[in-house]
Design a protein around this ligand. Structure first.
Ligand code: CCH
Length: 292
């Protein structure tokens, strides 16, 4: 009879840094895919894995990485995220000891930091759950809607107006794909660089409804190469949202500070505090910092 091999491996911060470094490598090794980076789509995976949280019932969130299962993996909002999950699977094969929830959220942190964004405090402790932990469909925002919907969705997670506006600044990164959401195009001219350009462009450009057969979206009148979703544009129309969006357009440091805090909070939604390994979140080093 073969005894079960005792594995009392307790990973340290240095072990998680190794995973971080491998994530950074894999994100960059994207060939012809979207500006040569998996960073934006991996960041979106971390957000959609966390943003299903419901404060009232304590369900959803990043704890159990339920997007591995159907039907959540097939929810309309998650279209295209199989790309990010497949990229992550490679890393999971190399570091089998890490939970999917920790891996996906750490990848969100690595994506932000490696694309020149702010440091985001993070700590491990999520555990792999079961299909029975899956949240219902409809918990993530619908881009065609207005301010009341955005508030319904994000207040349910426990965020306020300032945090909502800060989080949406992630749209400085990446793009919309017609074969995923139906929308088309990038928000900024530098979709692999974390900047406050999203807010600057919202106020500095003239935005007009694009004339096309796809879903209702805006384009910049000048170059017609950038886009805004109806929910993005709302940040300039709603009085309370606008105040914060303007502040972030004017002050990149303020945006970085507020994004970091709100994103760190997002990534911990649904994880019972006692599960966390460390009492305070860690700051992982960027690849560049480790070189010097
Ligand atoms: Fe987002 N997002 N997002 N988003 N998002 C899309 C793409 C990205 C909404 C809708 C969409 C956040 C908030 C919102 C990213 C990060 C965040 C797309 C295109 C839609 C639609 C998907 C496609 O076609 O591939 C709506 C609505 C809201 C809020 O109301 C928040 C919060 C975050 C992160 C903190 C990133 C990154 C992308 C780019 C993905 C890629 O593949 O390039």
């Amino acid at each position: 009879q073969s005894a079960k091999v005792a594995t009392n491996f307790v990973p340290t911060k240095a072990d998680y840094q190794k995973v971080y470094n491998r994530i950074a490598e894999v994100i960059d090794d994207a060939g012809d895919y979207d500006n040569g980076s998996f960073g934006p789509v991996v960041l979106r995976l971390a957000w959609h894995a966390s943003g299903t949280y419901d404060k009232a019932t304590g369900t959803g969130g990043s704890n159990y990485a339920t997007m591995r299962f159907q039907p959540e993996s097939l929810h309309g909002a998650n279209a295209g995220l199989h790309v990010a999950r497949e990229v992550m699977e490679k890393i999971k094969q190399e570091f089998s000891w890490i939970s999917y929830g920790d891996l996906w959220t750490l990848a969100g942190v690595a994506a932000v930091q490696e694309m020149a964004g702010p440091k985001v405090p993070w700590r491990p402790g999520r555990i792999d759950g079961f299909e029975s932990h899956s949240p219902p469909d409809g918990r993530l925002p619908d881009a065609s809607q207005g301010a009341p919907h955005i508030r319904d969705i994000f207040y349910r997670m426990g965020f306020d107006d300032q945090e909502i506006v800060a989080l949406c600044g992630a749209h400085a990164l990446g793009r919309c794909h017609t074969d995923r959401s139906g929308y088309d195009g990038p928000w900024t001219f530098s979709p692999t660089m974390f900047t406050n350009d999203y807010y600057k462009l919202l106020f500095d450009e003239k935005w007009v409804w694009r004339k096309w057969n796809g879903p209702k979206q805006l384009e910049d009148k000048k170059t017609k190469s950038l886009m805004m979703l109806p929910t993005d544009y709302v940040l300039t129309q709603d009085k309370s949202f606008k105040k914060y969006a303007k502040a972030y357009a004017d002050d990149v440091d303020l945006f970085f500070k507020d994004f970091s805090a709100a994103f760190a909070k997002l990534l911990e939604l649904g994880v019972p505090t006692q599960q966390f390994v460390a009492s305070e979140a860690w700051i992982m080093q960027t690849v560049d910092e480790q070189k010097s």
